[in-house]
Each structure stands twice: as structure tokens, then as C-alpha cells.
Design a protein around this ligand. Structure first.
Ligand code: FAD
Length: 643
């Protein structure tokens, strides 16, 4: 670890230092700055701020919901994609509202510009091109959230060339760059992204500090020149006619939409892939680490789904002023000559030129059970980790962690309560809870199925769930808060009209609950509702139509909260619980959940394990009560109290 040099120029002293200006880092720096902290955002290359390493798209199923939540808390992503999107689609529109998921294809360059421009506009945020090589640490005896003693705290960072930046909090958001190796066929190069270097120093530093480090891999497909593609033989996929913005603050999307196109692989392609599997780093043994299961490479798909005679490929433009086409669905690390052969066997791509070859990247990450729920690290006080460094994959997953880590760094400095969202408040809450409670054994991406209260966590109500909280903390400005108040008022007035209206003998609100009744029909009977915006109409309709289901989910949340209130002392002796399985003892001992609710979500912890922990907790409480009040003994069985 480097020695801290003093005194230091005040230009190098900050409240919060964020390392890496990717999707997590930019949200982290902006969130900390919105809370009034003086922030330095240090990144290896100013020209790659907010760069989309892989797919030039934001949102999608469950990810779109996260972007709406980031926006509801005043974050950057929603506005940036509204400014730079070239094709907007609401996925799953035919399903119920919990599944509606916005997605947009981005003009990759304009997206980056939008993010960088916004970052540059924050008065208390300094964006500087620096390669961070080491962390500066100091001894410390602070008490951590699980009532242990931290032995070291972060004091700043050292950059290439030896300069030091000092701050009591540091947020690490270095993405896929830690000790990264890129693979294309047999060729291996050091680097976290094509054309860039690796961050070896920091990786070694984290190991020395005592972090457990593991390795994951991810991949990217080749990019083609649009001028060499025959789109006539592909299927066109246009955007929505009424594109819906991501940001609650964007009035409308007026930029013209660009189409994407669909084509397919075939048996000939699969045959060549099978013949060359021994040259694919994943199969030759050159790569051993785990990749994203739900985003497999084409070689993986051909092996795992051997019975499928074709796989869908989306041809997605990378921007308005570029010919580059991203081929979604054919991520690969096969050698270049094999990529050339397989591309030319796909209908429409017979003459296609590859502008960038596909590759895979292997990188270090820190398993996230080494973090507290505020994303502060367990080994070092004041050090926060967010984004792909925590074993996640995806821009949205990274962005929301960044926002929470940056906010929590600033809140810690201000001596305020951390911002920890519950699983019923936000997908962001589900994500963080999954990470810190269950850790990861493959790159973590968000799915709607990970959220148990999906009907509460809709994309359309993210502002109603989060904006007020954001405003109270200071993350959200008054313009956004006023917009929410106006929206709530319009919803309340519309509901009053419905309550007062009737359709024949039937109250209008009750009539609207019938699934076959259209909004237009109800407007005939309650004319005050005519002309209501689509946004307010949907809120009113879904609030009323799904009231029963929403009520049931809220009851479940209440039950879960009662359980969660049962706190587990930091030094709870799991190993001495008679009958508790060894696996459960080890996991509980390692993760040390703060309460029974968190314990219940640790993978592999069964209801029977929980019953034993609760019984032990209760017997401890009873002993204490008995000592202070010998008449307090009861005959009730503690295990029977689990709801
Ligand atoms: C080849 C490839 C393929 C991918 N494929 C997919 C996919 O198919 N699906 C998917 O969902 N996601 C994919 N991703 C992941 C996606 O790009 C990331 O999830 C997302 O970008 C993570 O955001 P982040 O902010 O954590 O890191 P990044 O966006 O990677 O940003 C990290 C930033 O930190 C900077 N940095 C790193 N080290 C230092 C240092 N020491 N000092 C200063 N600055 C530093 C870098 O320059 C960079 O700006 C892929 C990524 C890559 C590279």
C-alpha cells in the first residue's frame, strides 16, 4: 500500500472519489454531487465516459424498470437515453402492467456525449483523466454496521505517475477492467475492452487488503458495415409509433425512429461452429471462468441447444451517423477466420464486412457478500464498490448500484442514515439484497422473476414509489417533486370522478374493474375523464383493476416485515445451535444477516434452519427477561411464532 504524502494541494482533496466513469461511476459521482459532496470522478480515458461496451441499447425486461427507478431518484440514464435513443419499444405490452418493460436502441456516441455533458454540468464534480493504481489506507477503529471493528479506512487513491487524491470515501466502479484478458480464438491480449488497457494494480491492491477475488467472463459479437448488408432478405422491426420516454421529466420523444432487422443462423453456420469448437477459448480450456448464462455465446447456444436448427439474430444500428451494425445474438470468441465464415452464411450477410470482430473478456470481480447493504465494503471503512466489479452484468444493474453507492458515500459523510431500498420498494432493492445476501456464482442480471412483489414494482409507478424519498434525502430537485405532486393530484381527481359516477345501476369504479370494459366506454359515462393523459389514465386504470392483487402483495410485505424486525445480534453463536445443519452454520456465520428476513433469503437456508435460529433467539430473549423479571416465563413454543 502506498504511503500517504502530506500536505496535499486542495485541488486533490475531495469528499468522495469515484474511480471509473462507466455506467456505475457516472451515476455514483452525480448522486454524491446532488447530495452536496465535493466529488472527483477519476477515469482512465475521458473519451470513454459512459461508453456502452457491448449492446448499444438501454432497458429491456426488468432492466427498463431499473432505468425508470434510477430516473425517479434523479439519475442520469433515463434522460441520456431519451436524448440519444433511435428506436423505442415497450416490450410485453400485451401482458399485464407488471411485465411492461421499456427498451431503446441508442445512438452510442450521442449517449456517451449526453452522459459526459451532464456530468460536466455539476458544479461540485471534477471529472479528471487518471489511471488509479492504488488505494490509500489508514488505521481505524470505527464500528461497522454489523458491530464489528473496522481495522482500516480508505483515505484516497494514488494514480499513475504517483499523484495522490485524498478523500474519506472512495467508490470503486472499474467494470471489466480488473486484471482483464481479451480472447479471440487463440489470441490473448491484456485489456478490459477492445482498444483499452487493464487495471492490474488495483486488483492486486484489493487482494492485499484482504478481499476475496474471483473471475468471470463476458463476450461481445462482431459489428458489421450496414452498407454491405442486404436488408431486403431480413425482417424489419420498427419502433413504437408512440414512443414512451424513459425519464419522467421528458415530455415526449420527437426524434425519428430507425428500424432494426431480424435474420437467422442455420445448420451450415452451426456445422462450422461445431467443427471449430476446439479453437473457441471457452472449449479449448483457455477460459475457465463463468459467463452470463442468459446471454450465451453462439458457440454455447449451438452446443447447449443442439436440437435447434436456427437462432434469431437482431441487426441493430449503433447510431444515426455510423454504418456499424451490432449483431445481437452472435456473441463469440471464435477466431477471426471462423467469424468471417459464419457471418457470410447468414441470409442478408453474404457480402457483409466485419468492422470489429467479436471477443470475450475475462476479469476479476469481488464477490458481493463482502459488502454491507449500503454497498460499503466489509474489509475497509469508507470504501464502496458498485457495478460489474460486484459480479453483475449490464449497464442498468451497474447504474443503479452506482447511484446507491455514491449516495451512501455522501450520506455517510453527512452522518445520515444510509439509503437502503427494500425488496418491495424497488428492483434496485431486490438487486442489492440479492447481491449482499446471496452473493453470485454467475454474472448477475436482473429478471422480473427475481422480484417477489412485481405488481408493486412497475415501470409506470417508479416515480410514485421513489421520488418523494429521493426528494427528502436531497437526491431529487423540486421540479421533479412538483411534477410528481401534480400527477398524484390528477390521479386523485380522476378517482373522485369515478367514485361519483355510475354506469346504469353500477358504480363506475366497480364497472371499470371488469376486464372487458375499455377506458373509452367508461369515459362515455364519466365525461370528466375525457382527454386525460395516457400516463394518468394508466395509473387510474391499473390502481383500480389490480387493487385486489396489489392489496394481497401488500399484506405479504407486511408479514415479511414483521419477520424482518426480529434482529439477530452481530455475535450470534450459530455454531452452538444444536441441530442446525453445518452448511447453514457456515453460511450464516459468513454472511451474518442483520435480521431473520435477510437470513431467510440466503440461498440454501431452509425454513427449518430459520425455525432453529428463531428458537435460539427467543430462548436468549426469554433468559434475559427471566433474569430481569422471573414471572415473565411462558410455555409458548418459540418455533411456532414463524408466520
Ligand atoms: C466485451 C464486453 C462484453 C459485454 N457484454 C455484455 C452483455 O452481453 N450483456 C450485458 O448486459 N453486459 C455486457 N457487458 C457488460 C457491460 O458493459 C457492463 O455491465 C457495464 O458496462 C458495467 O458498468 P460499470 O460501470 O461497472 O463498468 P464499465 O462500464 O466497464 O466502466 C468502467 C470504467 O472504469 C474505468 N477504469 C477501470 N479501471 C480504472 C482505473 N484503474 N482507473 C481509472 N479508471 C478506471 C474504465 O476506463 C471505464 O470507464 C459487456 C462488457 C464487455 C467489456
Amino acid at each position: 500500500m502506498s504511503e500517504i504524502a502530506r500536505p496535499t494541494d486542495s485541488n486533490y482533496c475531495f469528499d468522495v472519489i469515484v474511480v471509473g466513469a462507466g455506467h456505475a461511476g457516472t451515476e455514483a459521482a452525480a448522486a454524491a454531487a446532488r447530495l452536496g459532496a465535493r466529488v472527483a470522478l477519476l477515469t482512465g480515458n475521458l473519451d470513454t465516459v459512459g461508453q456502452m461496451s457491448c449492446n448499444p441499447a438501454i432497458g429491456g425486461v426488468a432492466k427498463g424498470q431499473i432505468v425508470r427507478e434510477i430516473d425517479a431518484l434523479g439519475g442520469l440514464m433515463g434522460k441520456a437515453i431519451d436524448e440519444s435513443g433511435i428506436q423505442f419499444r415497450m416490450l410485453n405490452r400485451r401482458k399485464g402492467p407488471a411485465m411492461h418493460s421499456p427498451r431503446a436502441q441508442a445512438d452510442k456516441r450521442r449517449y456517451q456525449e449526453a452522459i459526459k455533458y451532464t456530468i460536466e454540468s455539476y458544479p461540485n464534480l471534477s471529472l479528471v483523466q487518471e489511471q488509479v493504481e492504488d488505494l490509500l489506507l489508514q488505521p481505524c477503529e470505527d464500528t461497522s454496521p454489523d458491530e464489528q471493528t473496522w481495522r482500516q479506512r480508505v483515505a484516497g487513491v494514488q494514480v499513475r505517475g504517483g499523484a495522490q487524491y485524498l478523500a474519506p470515501t472512495v467508490v470503486l466502479t472499474t467494470g471489466t477492467f480488473l486484471q482483464a484478458i481479451m480472447h479471440t480464438g487463440e489470441s490473448k491480449t491484456a485489456g478490459g475492452r477492445a482498444g483499452e488497457g487493464t487495471s492490474a494494480g488495483l486488483s492486486g491492491c484489493l487482494k492485499r487488503i484482504g478481499f476475496r477475488i474471483e473471475r468471470f467472463k463476458t463476450g461481445t459479437p462482431p459489428r458489421l458495415n450496414a452498407k454491405t448488408i442486404d436488408f431486403n432478405v431480413t425482417e424489419e422491426q420498427p419502433g413504437d409509433t408512440n414512443p414512451q420516454p424513459f425519464s419522467f421529466m421528458t415530455a415526449e420523444i420527437s426524434a425519428p425512429q430507425i428500424s432494426c432487422f431480424i435474420t437467422y443462423t442455420n445448420e451450415l453456420v452451426h456445422e462450422i461452429i461445431r467443427k471449430n469448437l476446439h479453437r473457441a477459448p471457452m472449449y479449448s480450456g483457455q477460459i475457465n471462468s463463468t459467463g452470463p448464462r442468459y446471454c450465451p455465446s453462439i458457440e454455447d447456444k449451438v452446443v447447449r441447444f443442439a436440437d435447434k436448427d436456427r437462432h434469431q439474430l437482431f441487426l441493430e444500428p449503433e447510431g444515426r451517423k455510423t454504418s456499424e451494425i451490432y449483431v445481437n445474438g452472435i456473441s463469440t470468441s471464435l477466431p477471426r477466420d471462423v467469424q468471417d465464415q459464419i457471418i457470410r452464411l447468414v441470409p442478408g450477410l453474404e457480402r457483409a464486412e466485419i468492422m470489429r470482430y467479436g471477443y470475450a473478456v475475462e476479469y476479476d470481480f469481488c464477490p458481493p457478500d463482502q459488502l454491507y447493504p449500503n454497498l460499503e465494503s466489509k474489509p475497509v471503512a469508507g470504501l464502496f464498490l458498485a457495478g460489474q466489479i460486484n459480479g453483475t452484468t449490464g449497464y442498468e444493474e451497474a447504474g443503479c448500484q452506482g447511484l446507491l453507492a455514491g449516495a451512501n458515500a455522501a450520506l455517510k459523510l453527512a452522518g445520515k442514515e444510509p439509503l437502503v431500498l427494500s425488496r418491495d420498494a424497488a428492483y434496485m432493492g431486490v438487486l442489492i439484497d440479492d447481491l449482499v445476501t446471496r452473493s453470485v456464482d454467475e454474472p448477475y442480471r436482473m429478471f422480473t422473476s427475481r422480484a417477489e412483489y412485481r405488481l408493486l414494482l412497475r415501470q409506470d409507478n417508479a416515480d410514485r414509489r421513489l421520488t418523494r424519498l429521493g426528494y427528502e434525502i436531497g437526491l431529487v430537485d423540486s421540479a421533479r417533486m412538483e411534477r410528481l405532486a401534480t400527477k398524484e393530484e390528477a390521479i386523485a381527481v380522476a378517482k373522485q370522478h369515478l367514485d361519483a359516477g355510475r354506469v346504469g345501476e353500477i358504480p363506475a369504479t366497480k364497472y371499470l374493474r371488469r376486464s372487458e370494459v375499455t377506458w373509452e366506454e367508461i369515459c362515455q359515462h364519466v365525461p370528466q375523464l375525457m382527454g386525460l393523459s395516457a400516463e394518468i389514465r394508466d395509473q387510474v386504470l391499473w390502481d383500480i383493476r389490480y387493487e385486489g392483487y396489489i392489496g394481497r402483495q401488500e399484506q405479504q410485505v407486511d408479514r415479511q416485515k414483521r419477520l424482518s424486525h426480529k434482529r439477530i445480534p452481530a455475535a450470534f453463536p450459530y455454531s452452538s445451535i444444536v441441530g442446525l445443519r453445518n452448511e447453514a452454520k457456515q453460511k450464516l456465520d459468513r454472511i451474518r444477516p442483520a435480521n431473520l428476513d435477510q437470513a431467510s433469503r440466503i440461498s440454501g437456508i431452509t425454513p427449518a434452519d430459520l425455525a432453529l435460529v428463531l428458537a435460539h433467539l427467543e430462548s436468549g430473549t426469554r433468559k434475559t427477561n427471566l433474569q430481569s423479571n422471573p414471572n415473565a416465563a411462558t410455555n409458548s413454543s418459540p418455533t411456532s411464532q414463524i408466520p
